[in-house]
Design a protein around this ligand. Sequence first.
Ligand SMILES: N[C@@H](CCC(=O)N[C@@H](CS)C(=O)NCC(=O)O)C(=O)O
Length: 224
Amino acid sequence: MITLHHLEYSQSFRILWLLEELGAEYELKIYERDKKTHQAPKELKDLSPLGSAPVITDGDVMLAESNAIIDYILDQHPESKLRVELGHEDRARYLFWLHASQGSMMSLMLMEAVFQILISRVPFWMRPLIKAVLGQATSNLIHPRMKSLLQIAEADLDKKEWFGGDHLAAADIALIYPMESAKERFYLDVDYPNCLAWLERVHSCESFKAASAKDGRESITLKV
Ligand SMILES: N[C@@H](CCC(=O)N[C@@H](CS)C(=O)NCC(=O)O)C(=O)O
């Protein structure tokens, strides 16, 4: 049986939601972040060479990386509709969003979070300079790329309700963390009604509510 090693308020929420959506049998181990550093505790770091969450263990298998874990779990549930099968008209859309979630959107949101942490931690006399440099990087690099991604998302959701097409798919599960982060960082506003409606649909899924209750979260807050 799979054990999900879940770090509170982290990207591993997606795996919790996936397991709930599948109705899978699993064991859940919740780890608390260090109160000061927000880092994972040593017990979780020791599980994988990456030292980050999520991690799953399954017999002798240990696996890290959210999307690798999503694929591993879906391999065990071939009956699930969370993958859009080969040859389906929505296959390309599904693959794009499954991978853009981590490869593009999450990286941008993470970069912005790291910039903000850096600004808050440098000595105060350096802060105006660092803020100006990282502010430029945010406006020139992060904002236009996020805008492009969200515009594509908005157009795709105008055609069909989910990132996988007509029903909830693994791409939607992978996207929840960067999309919630985008909302928290004010990228998602009235210009993106379809994206906001998608978030509402996600929040009303019973499996999402069950995962949220187990995580003890009220909302997704991006912590590195
Ligand atoms: N690309 C990795 C990122 C994992 C990651 O950065 N996890 C963060 C939580 S959101 C973490 O474990 N932070 C605590 C730490 O590094 O100690 C994945 O998707 O699994």
